[in-house]
Design a protein around this ligand. Structure first.
Ligand code: ATP
Ligand code: MG
Length: 509
């Protein structure tokens, strides 16, 4: 067998510096990527990973330094230029047109036309089905992307990048919204691509993935390249250490938490399906949540975790049956505003659609839902807003040049931290966390776990979903399992294990 990983450099990055007002996102970075290797880039939120990838993919211009692809000097003015030079990217922030269908998104700008110039929808649809199948997805190519869950959108984004069959593929946190099973399928696809000699640059906060996939790992910190290491010569702890440059305290909740009174009770909850074979997306859901308790909800993608959170928060789009009680009072929310007023808050997995106000500053994004805090005598106090924001920024370690910076300037993980900060400021009775640490680095994750624990001890009830089982096992006092819209298991902290949760999650109704 020939070894495809030769030492030939397909990409050569020399002395690249990228400045933004108030930040040096990349500071004199030099790195060579070998042809055919899978090269992982790791680092904390805001380390500069996406910025470097955006330069390679033609999205970010105006950098200092030099970039060579296969020996040739490259200065891409657009993604199109980069694609022509053989570079494709799977974006961290999903870049799909919500109104268009899956197939239309995948073929956007590279539509297949018949000889007479008509769009060849049939071929594009069947090609889409083929690409999605390879990723284990049975989605209908004609579904508008706006109706898809983030995980499915992520699969579409991946399929889109695979279509081009380019020799260099950049994956910026491709699995952040995928469950284990889907991620496994993606790894299968990556193996195939590797066998075909494709060079892959892989960014992830999940160290197990990095160690499983990477031939080499490069660590960035504060925009600087710290070191490139071989996975077989190092381990997770050492790499994490290089990333953060300090020790991370292991999250270890010593004393068990004391659950108090019931804060939330759900009885015979059902949510109708919009279409499809199943009549109900959620059926016969019964559970209680007590003050001071963290209750987890495990389940595969499509099991109904997000739907459950949305129903509770007044975001259901289909008919809901059954009852929800908040502190013993029966409630029915038609709108998130009502849920919020009653003492609920939701941190969503889909920050683009439901969480982020892209035209506002970091500080407004943080204080938006707790305006009472920052209003004095009916006037919005900028000083109070700023003080409140500064407090959250320090508490969660949000990396921003200033509280007044535009939210869109922040790295993906730091945007997520702002949303978490916003809901924490509303001091809710019940906090709903839907995959809250998607795209968040190890240090900040530990910080969020610690915060959740603290909030719980102060009497809040927390309902949390995650696509990462270890996260649930760390955080939760109790874990419920959803499979195909029904509860298929309940485990106490002591009973729960990854195996048992997986078994219940894959149980067919
Ligand atoms: N368009 C921009 N304007 C101003 N600052 C920016 C812009 N894009 C990125 N930055 C800043 O550059 C730094 C690096 O951001 P980048 O998105 O590359 O981080 P990252 O390593 O991908 O982080 P994450 O893990 O959170 O995705 C951050 O401090 C970020 O705020
Ligand atoms: Mg990023």
């Amino acid at each position: 067998m020939t070894r495809l990983t030769s030492e030939e450099n397909i990409i050569k990055i020399s002395h690249v510096t990228q400045r933004f007002p108030g930040v040096v996102a990349l500071d004199d970075v030099s790195l060579a990527i070998h042809r055919g290797e899978t090269h992982a880039i790791v680092g904390e939120n805001g380390a500069g990973k996406s910025t470097l990838m955006k330069i390679l993919a033609g999205i970010q211009q105006g950098y200092e330094g030099e970039l060579r692809i296969s020996g040739r000097l490259a200065r891409f003015a657009s993604t199109r230029d980069a694609e022509a030079a053989g570079v494709s990217i799977i974006h961290q922030e999903l870049n799909l047109v919500q109104e268009l269908s899956i197939a239309a998104n995948i073929f956007l700008g590279r539509e297949i036309r018949s000889r007479l110039g008509w769009l060849d929808e049939r071929t594009m649809c069947s090609k889409t089905v083929e690409l999605l199948r390879a990723l284990g997805s049975e989605l209908d190519p004609e579904t508008p992307v706006g109706r898809l869950r983030v995980g499915d959108q992520q699969l579409v984004e991946i399929a889109k990048a695979l279509l081009l069959q380019n020799q260099i593929l950049i994956m910026d946190e491709p699995t952040s919204a995928l469950t284990n099973a889907e991620a496994d399928r993606l790894f299968g696809v990556i193996e195939q691509l590797k066998r075909h000699g494709v060079t892959i640059i892989y960014i992830s906060h999940k160290m197990d993935e990095v160690f499983r996939l990477a031939d080499r790992i490069t660590v960035l910190r504060d925009g600087r390249l710290i070191k490139t290491v071989l996975p077989q010569q190092t381990d997770v702890t050492s790499v994490t250490h290089l990333m953060v440059g300090r020790e991370i305290k292991a999250v270890d909740f010593q004393e068990t938490r004391q659950a108090g009174d019931e804060v939330l009770r759900v009885e015979n909850l059902r949510l109708r399906s919009a279409s499809g074979a199943r009549r109900w997306q959620l059926e016969d859901i019964n559970f209680t949540l007590r003050a001071g308790e963290v209750l987890g909800i495990a389940g595969l993608l499509g099991a109904g975790r997000t739907e459950l959170m949305e129903v509770l928060f007044g975001l259901a789009t289909e008919e809901v049956q059954g009852s929800v009680f908040l502190r013993g009072r029966k409630v029915y929310f038609r709108h998130p505003q009502q849920a919020l007023a009653a003492g609920l808050a939701l941190v969503t997995e889909d920050r683009k659609r439901l969480g982020l106000f892209e035209n506002l500053s970091v500080q407004s994004n943080i204080t938006l839902s707790s305006l009472s805090e920052t209003v004095t005598a009916g006037m919005l106090s900028r000083t109070a807003e700023r003080t409140a924001a500064e407090e959250s920024i320090a508490q969660l370690g949000i990396r921003t040049s200033s509280p007044a910076a535009a939210i869109t300037e922040l790295s993906g993980g730091n945007q997520q931290k702002c949303i978490i900060a916003r809901w924490l400021r509303t001091r809710p009775d019940v906090l709903l966390l839907d995959d809250p640490t998607r795209g968040i680095d190890v240090g900040a994750k530990a910080e969020i776990y610690r915060l959740a624990d603290e909030l719980c001890r102060s009497g809040m009830g927390i309902l949390v979903t995650s696509s990462e089982l270890p996260e649930l096992l760390t955080l939760c006092d109790r874990i419920l399992v959803l499979s195909e819209g029904r509860l298929t298991g309940e485990f106490s902290r002591d009973e729960a294990s990854e195996e048992r949760l997986m078994e219940a999650a894959t149980q067919r109704n």
